[in-house]
Design a protein around this ligand. Structure first.
Ligand SMILES: *Cc1c(COP(=O)(O)O)cnc(C)c1O
Length: 392
């Protein structure tokens, strides 16, 4: 797939115009979210994987309007804390549509979730299973397999899951504890570029489904987690290719006895719905011989752009006055506004912009609907957390 460098790959002219209008009297930085794109993303995924139950990962973008829009579509929700549980219940979502997917949780939070009606939990350790058995007896449990997360822009590896052999023993133990071993889960890494990662994970599942049958334990479900991509600078395969292959991998391993399938999209559901509007604070050089200009924006690592750590996620960035015909461009280093030297977004990766940009101009950071608004510091250097708006 070819890289295209113009804004029309991401936004229609009409959308861009609306965003420019909206920005006129607003203080930057802020995120503006187009709910229609989220509805389209939901419909697309549902059409491509009609057999899968969709649990939107709330952490990707927890705005009430986003959650409500997806609830209306019929989505279920993957929640990571009692606070997300309270938010969803408060919006009228019944507890049967929530899954407590975080394997790291306090026992009292498990008890709270149970009291509120949650009966589906993910786990990856004996300690957590004991907490669930005690505080949420009779619940369904999904056991998370550890994966490497290689080839993902944002890997999510190491911290979560357990080795398949350990999962096997955990399931045997859980089955004697007044819990229902319901199935397996995994996460191949967020913005995963290698579709083969699902093949590998699904074959671990097949192995465990078979091994546990010998103990008369019949697992019912596989939770495929997240990992589907959104549209940043470097293109991925289209979603149809992902779903086609993932479906094929499942059919190959589970042809005769297809399990219940859960999927937990975060980034792919909301990533392309958001545009961050920022302003240029300053453009300067460090010395007269310095080849690089520094472009300081009013948004940085501490207010929304934390996924630029190691330049992992490369957002498409455009100047408000950019023209398709711009030829005369120059390389800049892009940094944020705070007094922390870590607050540099891109230095290795060469962003090029037309000459003529100046202080006060707006810059649009695209595909920022996921993992931005909820990833802001609270008043570091006095900067308030970024605001979120809905595009009307
Ligand atoms: C974060 C998370 C997701 C969402 O992953 P994406 O790659 O953003 O789609 C899904 N499931 C779990 C358990 C997660 O922690």
């Amino acid at each position: 797939m070819k890289e295209t460098k113009t804004i029309d790959r991401y936004l229609t002219e009409e959308e861009l115009e609306k965003i420019k209008q909206f920005s006129k009297d607003k203080e930057t930085p802020f995120l503006i979210v187009n709910l229609k794109k989220i509805e389209e993303n939901y419909d697309n995924l549902h059409r491509l994987m009609p057999f899968a139950k969709i649990y939107y990962a709330v952490k990707a973008n927890p705005m009430d309007e986003v959650v409500k829009t997806l609830a209306k579509k019929g989505s279920c929700f993957d929640v990571a804390s009692i606070y997300e549980i309270d938010q969803c219940l408060g919006l009228g979502i019944p507890p049967e549509r929530l899954s407590y997917g975080n394997p790291i949780k306090k026992s009292e939070h498990v008890a709270y979730a149970y009291k509120k009606g949650i009966r589906l939990f993910a786990t990856d350790s004996l300690e957590d299973i004991q907490g669930i058995a005690k505080n949420a007896p009779g619940s369904k449990v999904l056991f998370r397999i550890i994966l490497e997360g290689g080839n993902a822009d944002w890997p999510l590896s190491r911290k979560f899951g357990a080795h398949p052999d350990m999962i096997y023993h955990l399931i045997l133990k859980a089955s004697k504890m007044n819990l229902e071993p319901y199935g397996l889960s995994f996460h191949v890494g967020s913005q995963q570029r290698d579709i083969g990662a699902w093949d590998n994970a699904i074959s671990f599942c097949k192995y465990l489904f078979d091994a546990l049958k010998q103990h008369k334990i019949k697992l019912k479900a596989i939770n495929l987690g997240g990992g589907f991509p959104t549209d940043y600078i470097h293109p991925t395969h289209p979603l149809e290719t992902y779903t086609k292959y993932v479906t094929r991998f499942l059919q190959e391993d589970f042809a005769d006895d297809f399990p219940e399938i859960i999927i937990e999209p975060g980034r792919s559901m909301v990533g392309n719905s958001g545009v961050m509007v920022t302003q240029i604070v300053m453009i300067s050089r460090k010395s007269s011989l310095d080849k690089n200009k520094w472009l300081y924006l009013d948004a940085g690592k501490f207010n929304g752009l934390i996924e630029t750590i190691d330049e992992s996620i490369k957002y498409p960035i455009f100047w408000e006055h950019a023209q398709k015909s711009d030829r005369n461009t120059e390389k800049v280093i892009i940094a944020g506004p705070t007094c922390d030297s870590m607050d540099i977004m891109y230095e290795k990766y060469q962003y090029k912009f037309p000459k003529g940009m100046k202080e006060g101009d707006k810059m649009f950071i695209l595909s920022t609907g996921a993992y931005t608004l909820s990833y802001c510091s609270v008043y570091f250097n006095g900067f308030p957390p970024m605001k979120g708006y809905i595009l009307k």
